[in-house]
Design a binder for this molecule. Sequence first.
Ligand code: NAP
Length: 291
Amino acid sequence: MKILITGANGQLGVTLQDVFAGSDLVLTDRDELDITDAAAVDNFVAVTKPEVIINAAGYTAVDLAEIEKEAARKINLGGGENLAAAAKKYDVIFFHISTDFVFDGEKTEPYLETDKPNPLSVYGQTKRDAETVIEKVGGKYFILRTAWLYSPFGKNFVKTFVKLGAEKPELKVVADQIGCPTYTYDLALAIKKLLTADFQLPTIFGLYHFAGAGECSWFEFAKKIVELSGGTAKIIPQTSYEYAAGRDAVTAERPKHSVLNCDKIRKLGVKTPVWQESLQKCIEILKKENN
Ligand SMILES: NC(=O)c1ccc[n+]([C@@H]2O[C@H](COP(=O)([O-])OP(=O)(O)OC[C@H]3O[C@@H](n4cnc5c(N)ncnc54)[C@H](OP(=O)(O)O)[C@@H]3O)[C@@H](O)[C@H]2O)c1
């Protein structure tokens, strides 16, 4: 199967390269294919003729997006639209990754795909607008809303707290935001599983939630990371307000409770591993790398 991966150097992109290693991969990042360039995207898809496009590219700096609004919009919305349009035109299966930050976090139960989005941040709004435009373009698309992604690659919360947990005596971490830590390998395997689905069924394409099973606060997540990695830092809870007040830079507002209900995707046979178990796997890899 020929698969075009955009954003192939990002943490999800690198994971996808590994998980789909046996496939015919066309790997692109910003230098090879700028997804904001509609003509370039159309031409690239026409020439390379992939059967599947996985869009792992994105503007992911949630706080900075409050300032760099246009850049975030161009990449997340414009890029998503360009790829969706090319996928539709050339009859290619299209995977797009969205986020739990499309929700405002006011719901106390896990969010369903049918719940009304109400993003609190510029990043969340650009991701929501991309969902809307991809649904409008139509075609054979999957939008996978995921959350709190981490991996052994690039920069992420787990890597940061493995490092800081070994260096600092104590670390303050936000305790009033609850979500679902998600391992990029679990997400990549979910995409792989979806590629075995029966694409003759018209109902198969559309919007799905995919996240690690269970839920926790950033504080609980950090505690588990430090515990599993053998760190010594004491983890101290703080509020979102205290966190934002202690930073010089702008802090985007984040949902207080953005747990995703993943029953819809599980019904397709996709596994959503428990977040603590996946975290352990990631930390084992990081430990090996550090030895
Ligand atoms: N990280 C999370 O916690 C999280 C949570 C929920 C959903 N998501 C979504 O999951 C997806 C993957 O996230 P990630 O954490 O793997 O992201 P990431 O590590 O930040 O990687 C994103 C990649 O996209 C590339 N990119 C940016 N602009 C581009 C452009 N115009 N054309 C082509 N490539 C471009 C980046 O290149 P540069 O480095 O040069 O910018 C980078 O290699 C994104 O859609 C994100 O919104 C992430």
